[in-house]
Design a protein around this ligand. Structure first.
Ligand SMILES: C[S@@+](CC[C@H](N)C(=O)[O-])C[C@H]1O[C@@H](n2cnc3c(N)ncnc32)[C@H](O)[C@@H]1O
Length: 368
């Protein structure tokens, strides 16, 4: 018997569901095969979507339509149906018939009334209906679904998407990035922030076509994926404002040891995080029982701090190696910059990274 055919129970949050449990590791991306896919490494990603859906429902006056567009085992949508309170309907959709059967089985087992399973191509489903929250969690890039998601999303709705094509977005495969995202990537210390901004830039541009704007709520990256929660707002004025943040930037303005000045992007140069919402999510997190609570709190705490920071970051170790000094402790760099009157922020992009309003020459002085 194929080991993938073993159906097992998993418990995430407050939900117990059946999955084809092929991947045991808590790390890294999953592998494609015929069986609906369950990746334990994405539990934190799913936990955060529970909080975001709860926030959206709490802040809405109408009954919402939610779509888990690439559902696989259905775990994300099933968890939303089971763990989120309030007025909403949810669809879990996957074009794989085995995923569809499994989702139906789980809906029955959990005796859920607010959820249905669909077995459709996501793009055609998005063409038929409007949704207030659309989750796009593909193998690889989400680009193939962005145009139809923008057309389908209701005003003030949220598009949530994952991208696991980090090598393309971070500049290992620049031609792939150019084809998929229409942008020039940059393999460097700040490549993850550039990759995240290229993905947001694409969403901003696609929204602009339909006189819609984007408002990033929570955007982050891990070692193996990018994740974006972005609110879409209708209106030409707002769309014009949003497009002002869609720009090409120069590599010489970034922290990079490379002595060159090339064009990067176009990419999103606006805010990546909405501090008010992240603060609220942290409060909501403490009220919930989630397996990844500690890691999720660490991430949200960093994102909350980073929300006010300028774009792009430095790293203490790279700075030290460029200046041929031994790397000082993070606290020392932070303290010295603060003493000089600058603001310094930690960043989730890099454990030795920091963002600041100090110029590079001012930063160099604190190493001397
Ligand atoms: C990475 S998995 C989804 C994982 C899931 N969201 C979770 O949290 O466990 C991607 C899924 O997308 C489905 N898929 C890919 N392209 C699709 C399309 N055009 N329409 C519908 N489903 C599709 C695949 O069958 C696969 O099950």
């Amino acid at each position: 018997m194929n080991k993938n055919q073993l159906i097992e129970n998993v418990v995430e949050g407050g939900t117990n569901i059946l999955v084809y449990k092929s991947k045991k590791s808590k790390k890294g991306p999953g592998l494609k095969d015929d069986f609906p896919f369950y990746n334990p490494a994405m539990e934190l990603n799913r936990d955060l979507s529970i909080l975001i859906c709860q926030w959206l429902i709490d802040n809405s006056k109408k009954k919402l339509n939610i779509l888990d567009g690439l559902a696989a085992s259905g775990i994300r949508g099933l968890r939303i149906a089971n763990e989120v309170c309030g007025e909403f309907n949810i669809i879990v959709n996957d074009w794989n018939p085995k995923a569809y059967d499994l989702a139906k089985k789980n809906i029955k087992n959990l005796n859920l009334k607010n959820i249905v399973a669909f077995n459709r191509n996501l793009n055609s489903l998005l063409s038929d209906n409007k949704y207030d929250y659309i989750d796009i969690d593909p193998f690889g890039s989400p680009v193939y679904f962005i145009d139809s998601a923008i057309r389908s999303i209701c005003n003030e709705g949220i598009i949530a998407c994952t991208a696991t094509d980090t090598a393309a977005l971070c500049g290992t495969y620049p031609k792939v990035c150019l084809r998929r995202y229409g942008a020039i990537s940059y393999h460097s210390i700040v490549m993850k922030e550039i990759g995240l901004r290229i993905l947001l830039g694409l969403i901003c541009r696609e929204a602009g076509k339909y006189d819609k704007s984007i408002k990033p709520l929570v955007c982050y990256c891990t070692d193996h994926y990018f994740r974006i929660y972005v609110q879409i707002l209708n209106g030409t004025g707002r769309a014009n404002d949003s497009m002002k943040n869609f720009k090409i930037i120069k590599s010489k303005n970034l922290f990079s040891p490379k002595n060159e000045n090339i064009d990067i992007g176009p990419l999103w140069t606006g805010k990546l995080e909405n501090k008010k919402i992240i603060t609220k999510l942290i409060t909501m997190l403490f009220e919930r029982k989630l397996n990844t609570k500690k890691e999720l709190w660490k991430l949200l705490d960093l994102l909350e701090e980073e929300a006010d920071a300028p774009n792009f970051f430095y790293t203490t170790d790279k700075m030290a190696s460029l200046l041929k000094k031994s790397p000082p402790k993070m606290e020392v760099v932070f303290e010295r910059l603060k003493q000089k009157g600058y603001i310094v922020y930690r960043t989730h992009f890099n454990s030795t990274g920091f963002k600041t309003n100090a110029t590079i020459s001012e930063i160099e002085k604190v190493y001397k």
